[in-house]
Design a protein around this ligand. Structure first.
Ligand SMILES: [Zn+2]
Length: 262
């Protein structure tokens, strides 16, 4: 008996294990492709739904267009003599091409309604809407132009300021150059504009030098004079001092520009 029981329980256990292993193995093998398949199906369904929506939209638009054309066509053609309304009017004495009623100058054609097929404001003719749009675009254009002018004005202002600083630096450099040159025993500047310009009445007529002066900007003149002072006298306009020698100038002065000395 106990053997049978043992056998039975072992058998059941084996069956259970077999069942468990087979079901889990199918799960592992079958799960991934199934979810992929589901995803694909879902995507397909979504695509189909989208296509259907697009088709419906197009059909709706087409239908609306058709309705407008039918309506316009109907409004532009006269009522047929077979029409009930026409027959009623004819019974009361109406003749085609003539006005209704007894007034002699009455209209002979019915009032034509305007078919509205756009989304512009109700009661506003299209021209007025266009006018409105034009006005808005003009306003926007003017605003952007104003902005441009403001930017121009600001850049002009900063440019003016930069020019002012350069001209002041040049004047300082010319004064320093004259001081250094005079100390070195010179009575005349190497180039006329290396020293501050004489008042107009004292200026001699020097066509050649004057024309050369004209070709250089204040910034270029400033560079020339500062280089001259550094090379000849180890003098830095920005530091405002004369150094003992070129190595001291190189070591202690940050460089030949206003920016370097900020
Ligand atoms: Zn310096």
């Amino acid at each position: 008996m106990s053997d049978d029981e043992d056998y039975d329980s072992e058998d059941i256990l084996k069956q259970c294990l077999a069942a468990a292993s087979s079901s889990s193995s199918t799960n592992i093998r079958g799960d991934a492709p199934q979810s992929e398949k589901r995803k694909r199906e879902l995507w397909k369904r979504q695509q189909l739904a989208k296509e259907e929506q697009d088709k419906a939209k197009k059909a709706k638009k087409e239908k609306a267009r058709e309705a407008v054309t039918t309506l316009e066509k109907g409004l532009s053609t006269a009522i047929e003599p077979t029409n009930k309304g026409f027959q009623l009017l004819a019974k009361m004495g109406y003749e085609p091409g003539k006005a209704l009623g007894i007034q002699p100058n009455a209209r002979t054609e019915p009032i034509k309604p305007i078919v509205k097929a756009n989304r512009f404001g109700l009661g506003k003719p299209e021209e007025e809407n266009k006018k409105h749009e034009k006005l808005i675009s003009e306003m926007q254009e003017r605003a952007s132009k104003r902005e441009e002018m403001l930017v121009d004005f600001r850049s002009q202002k900063s440019q003016l300021l930069a020019e002012k600083i350069i001209s002041r630096d040049l004047s300082n450099a010319q004064k320093a150059c004259r001081t250094q040159d005079v100390e070195a025993g010179m009575v005349e500047p190497r180039i006329p504009w290396f020293w501050p310009l004489k008042p107009p009445d004292e200026t001699d007529v020097q066509d050649e030098e004057e024309s050369e002066e004209e070709t250089l900007s204040d910034g270029e003149k400033l560079m020339e004079i500062t280089e001259y002072l550094r090379t000849l006298y180890n003098y830095c306009v920005w530091c405002g001092i004369r150094f003992e020698g070129p190595s001291e100038l190189d070591g202690e002065c940050p460089g030949n520009s206003r920016e370097a000395h900020d």
